[in-house]
Write a protein that binds this ligand. Structure first.
Ligand code: FE2
Length: 184
């Protein structure tokens, strides 16, 4: 498995968009926290999160190619279960069902980062330091708020044996820890 340093070099090489880099860093930190919480391999889960969207600019956001290309690039850099999870996070488009714990963690975690960002950006300060976990839980139940964020995918966190409320709290706290890096 590649090192985190090598993964960061790859990320900077393949992704220009700052918001997309931040999304990948946010996904990493949420996956690391989820791995620690559930006694899984933190480095494996973290790097899977960090690199999951590495092909998005290359495939020009084409949903039919996205994630399949990433998994191909990462052969030999990440183990098979990470490659499977990366493919499966776009499973709806690629015709793959999510099955492993890591599959569900990646899909739920990366989707949660979007809801946390959206909930932070409607705060007067737009700072995650001021974000209450409760606000994210409330927004979770308001389908018209950030409507493109699929709440059902966030609920896949239950497959990790975690309560949704605990998963949301874990995600918020993890992202808060790198707020400045996320521009939040
Ligand atoms: Fe993503």
């Amino acid at each position: 498995m590649i090192s985190r340093e090598e993964a960061l070099v790859l990320l900077e090489e393949k992704i220009e968009s700052i918001p997309l880099r931040r999304h990948m860093l946010a996904t990493e930190v949420v996956l690391r926290a989820a791995a620690r919480q559930t006694n899984n391999d933190e480095e494996l889960w973290g790097l899977t999160g960090l690199l999951h969207d590495i092909d998005l600019e290359q495939v020009d956001h084409d949903p039919k190619q996205h994630a399949a290309q990433a998994a191909e690039w990462l052969v030999g850099k990440l183990p098979a279960e990470a490659l499977a999870a990366i493919r499966a996070h776009n499973g709806e488009e690629l015709g793959i069902e999510r099955s492993s714990t890591l599959d569900h963690a990646l899909a739920a975690g990366e989707t949660l980062t979007g809801l946390v960002v959206a909930t932070t950006l409607v705060l007067p300060s737009k700072k995650i330091a001021d974000l209450k976990v409760k606000s994210v839980r409330k927004r979770m139940k308001e389908p018209r708020f950030a409507a493109s964020i699929n709440r059902e995918i966030i609920r896949e966190s239950e497959k990790l044996g975690m309560d949704l409320a605990d998963f949301i709290a874990l995600g918020v706290e993890a992202m808060r820890g790198i707020g400045p890096e996320l521009g939040l």
